[in-house]
Design a protein around this ligand. Sequence first.
Ligand SMILES: [Zn+2]
Length: 330
Amino acid sequence: MTPKERTFRILNHEIVDRPSVLSATQTGTCELMEASGAYWPDASFDADLMAKLASAAHTIAGLEGVRIPFCLTVLAESMGCIIDRGRSDRQPAVAKTLYDQGKSPNTEKILESARVQTIFDAIHKIKDMKFDVPLIVGFEGPTTLAGHLLGVERLCLMMIKKPDEVMKYIEAAEEACVIYAKALIREGADIIAPADPTASPSVLSPRMFEKFSKKPLMSVASVAKMSILHICGNATPILNHMADCGFSALSIEEKVDLTTAKSLLKERRVAIVGNVPSAGVLLTGSEEEVFRVSKQAIASGVDILAPSCGIAPRTPTRNLRAMVRAALSP
Ligand SMILES: [Zn+2]
């Protein structure tokens, strides 16, 4: 069984010999930039550099997946937000929302945008490398994208005060995510992995999640056979809603207790991805600690061993390798 076949089986909810080990969230680190010669910020905007840096997480760190891109701004920029390119150790971010530019959301030309075309090119380049691991393509989930278009504070305020008006943005974000997800699969992505941090209970109440985030996520899940939804923070109160959305797997942070998550999702057809603490262990811990925490996650029943959230740029490669060793060793 190749690592790719194993991951596909896990996402198909079949029995396998061991968990896969990969990242459903961003994988660019300073050490991997040095090793591959592909640095931020350019690697977020150039297909060749993106393919080089992303594949280093597989070829050098040993992760059983190649995951692009390194930020959550591709759809935001394709819809007209102005982006700060970031630095060698900082991801691109939205500098000016659509709302602040006085523009209305429009999804018509998103696939023609330079950022989206870069992602398509990077997909083709990585596919040409013929790895036996899955190619995972992430993007901002609908609520996060709506937050990019409006600003997160304005989004939350409008959900309460102007629920009809906010729908124009949420529906546009949903449509953009669906159009993009379909295109990613057509271009060769094996797994789509939306991350929707703004839908986290630390930003939205579970009731608001149900009202504004759930249906758009269901639409995104419906277009792909293999999919992983990542939501940050303590997602325990919305785990069942997340499972209702129809993704093959849910990626959760360390704030979610794995044993609780397993028991809440016991009857559901959904795999669990996570939840080795990205900051508390992978970034700052020793190799021994990474190995021990990873083994604990496996013992608690994680289906795919992974960082709990985006890998921090200063994370040492030896710690990523220690996580990989934990999944591979008996
Ligand atoms: Zn996260």
